[in-house]
Design a protein around this ligand. Structure first.
Ligand code: PLP
Length: 429
C-alpha cells in the first residue's frame, strides 16, 4: 500500500504543528508508523491522500453514526449557510434543538449548548460546584472527560495512550480537588465519599466507558452510584459525550434506566460539527448565568451552522428507531464473528461490546476497569492495527479506545473486517 503522500505531509506538518497533529492520538504514536492523511470520505469509507480506501471504524471518534456525507445533514448545513456563518445572537434553531434534546433525553429539562465535549464537562463541574458550594469531584480511573485541568488525573483515552494520565501543567491545587476511584467498584466509592463527607460536589462517570476501550458497567453499578449521590447530596454527572445518541436515543441512561442530575453531550450532537452541551434538572441548570450566578459563555455557542447540522442528525435519529436496531445488530455480529476467529486461533482475547461500541482487548482476562485494560499487550495491538490498516480497515490507533460503527457499514464491510482480523491475527500468532 503506497502511503508516500501521507508520509511527506506528516514530515511537513511536524514543522508547523506540535507533533504534526491537532489531537495527540492521531499521530499513531501508540501503534507506530506515520499517520495517514485523509482527503475525503463517503458512507462507510475514507480515502487518503495516496488514494487508498479504508472502512472507517473511527467515524471521527463517534459523531458520524450515519456514516459520511449524509444527505439530510449536508442539506441542512447548505441551507443554513445561505443566512450567514454566525450571528452571536439567539436563533429559533437553538430552541428547536434544545426542545428536541429534552424530548430525547428525559432527564434533561434544560440544556446549554457549547462547542465541545471538554467545554461541556468543564462547565458541568463548575455548575455542580456552584450549586452545592463544595469543591471536590470524584472521577474514575481510565475515564476521559476531555482535557480540562480537573480531568487530567488518572485519565484514559489519548492521555493514557501517551503515558500522561496526569498531565504536567495541572496545578497541585487543582489536582487535589479531583478524587479518583476504580471503575465498577462501589465499595471504593463509598469509602471515598465517607472520607470526604460533605466535600464532594459531583461524581462524574462515563456510564459505559469508552476511553479505556469499551468497558461496561457491572450490574447494579450505575444504580449504586445514583444511590450514593442521593444519600450524600452529590450531583451525579453522566458524561455521555460518547454514548449519547449512540447507545440509544437517550444514550446509556436510556438503556440502564438511571437518571443523572446532569448529562454532558458532544460528538453526535453536532453531526460532525464542533458542538457540545450540558443539561439536566431545571433546578440545577437555573444556576447557570444569566439566570443564576455560575458563569459560562461562548462566542460561537449555538452557532447556526452547527445547530443546523445537530438538529438534522438528532431529528433523524429521533424519527428512526431502526438505526439503533441496525447498528446494534452489526455490533453483535462483529463481536460474535471476531470471537469465533479468536477461538479458532486459540487466542481468547476479550471482546467487550454494547450496541455500536466494541473493543478487542489483547488480554485473556475480563476487562472491568482500567487495571484490567492495562494488562493488554499494547505492542501486539500496534502490529494488529498496522495489519488491519493494510487490509483497508481503519481502527482507532490505540488499545484504549472503542471502535465506533456507523449505519453505512454493509454486511460485506463487516465480513471484510472479520476476514482481515483472521488474516492479520494468523500472521501475528
Ligand atoms: N467526554 C468523553 C466521554 C469523551 O469521550 C470525550 C472525547 O473523546 C470528551 C468528553 C471530550 O470531548 P471533546 O474531544 O469534544 O472535547
Amino acid at each position: 500500500m503506497d502511503k508516500s503522500k501521507s508520509k511527506s505531509l506528516f514530515t511537513k506538518a511536524q514543522n508547523f504543528i506540535p507533533g504534526g497533529v491537532n489531537s495527540p492520538v492521531r499521530a499513531f504514536k501508540a501503534v507506530g508508523g506515520d499517520p495517514i492523511f485523509i482527503k475525503s470520505a463517503k458512507g462507510a469509507y475514507m480515502y487518503d491522500e495516496d488514494g487508498n480506501k479504508y472502512i472507517d471504524l473511527i467515524n471521527s471518534w463517534g459523531p458520524m453514526i450515519l456514516g459520511h456525507g449524509n444527505g439530510a445533514i449536508e442539506a441542512a448545513v447548505a441551507d443554513a449557510l445561505k443566512r450567514s456563518l454566525s450571528f452571536g445572537a439567539p436563533t429559533a434553531k437553538e430552541i428547536e434543538i434544545a426542545e428536541l434534546i429534552t424530548h430525547m433525553v428525559p432527564s434533561i429539562e434544560k440544556v446549554r449548548m457549547v462547542n465541545s465535549g471538554t467545554e461541556a464537562t468543564m462547565s458541568a463541574v463548575r455548575l455542580a460546584r456552584g450549586y452545592t458550594g463544595r469543591e471536590k469531584i470524584l472521577k474514575f480511573e481510565g475515564c476521559y472527560h476531555g482535557h480540562g485541568d480537573s480531568f487530567l488525573i488518572a485519565a484514559g483515552s489519548g492521555a493514557a495512550t501517551m503515558g500522561t494520565p496526569n498531565s504536567p501543567g495541572v496545578t497541585q491545587g487543582t489536582a487535589k480537588d479531583t478524587l479518583t476511584a476504580p471503575f465498577n467498584d462501589l465499595d471504593a466509592v463509598k469509602n471515598i465519599v465517607e472520607q470526604n463527607k460533605d466535600q464532594i460536589a459531583a461524581l462524574i462517570v462515563e456510564p459505559v466507558a469508552g476511553n479505556m476501550g469499551c468497558v461496561l458497567p457491572k450490574e447494579g453499578y450505575l444504580q449504586g452510584l445514583r444511590e450514593i449521590c442521593d444519600q450524600n447530596g452529590i450531583v451525579l454527572i453522566f458524561d455521555e459525550v460518547m454514548t449519547g445518541f449512540r447507545l440509544s436515543k437517550a444514550g446509556a441512561q436510556g438503556i440502564f434506566n438511571i437518571k443523572p442530575d446532569i448529562t454532558t453531550l458532544g460528538k453526535i450532537i453536532g453531526g460532525g460539527m464542533p458542538v457540545g452541551a450540558y443539561g439536566g434538572k431545571k433546578e440545577i441548570m437555573d444556576f447557570v448565568s444569566p439566570q443564576g450566578p455560575v458563569y459560562q459563555a461562548g462566542t460561537l455557542s449555538g452557532n447556526p451552522i452547527a445547530m443546523a447540522a445537530g438538529y438534522a442528525i438528532l431529528s433523524y435519529l429521533n424519527d428512526h428507531d431502526e438505526v439503533y436496531e441496525q447498528i446494534g445488530a452489526s455490533g453483535q455480529y462483529l463481536a460474535k464473528e471476531l470471537a469465533k476467529v479468536n477461538t479458532a486461533l486459540g487466542k481468547d482475547y476479550t471482546i467487550n461490546q454494547l450496541g455500536s461500541m466494541i473493543s478487542v482487548f489483547f488480554t485473556n482476562e475480563q476487562v472491568y476497569d482500567f487495571e484490567g485494560a492495562k494488562k493488554c499487550d499494547t505492542e501486539m495491538f500496534g502490529k494488529y492495527f498496522q495489519g488491519m490498516l493494510n487490509e483497508g480497515v481503519y481502527l482507532p490507533p490505540a488499545q484504549f479506545e472503542s471502535w465506533f460503527l456507523s449505519t453505512s457499514l454493509s454486511a460485506e464491510d463487516l465480513d471484510h473486517i472479520v476476514k482481515s482480523h483472521e488474516k492479520v491475527l494468523k500472521n501475528l500468532v
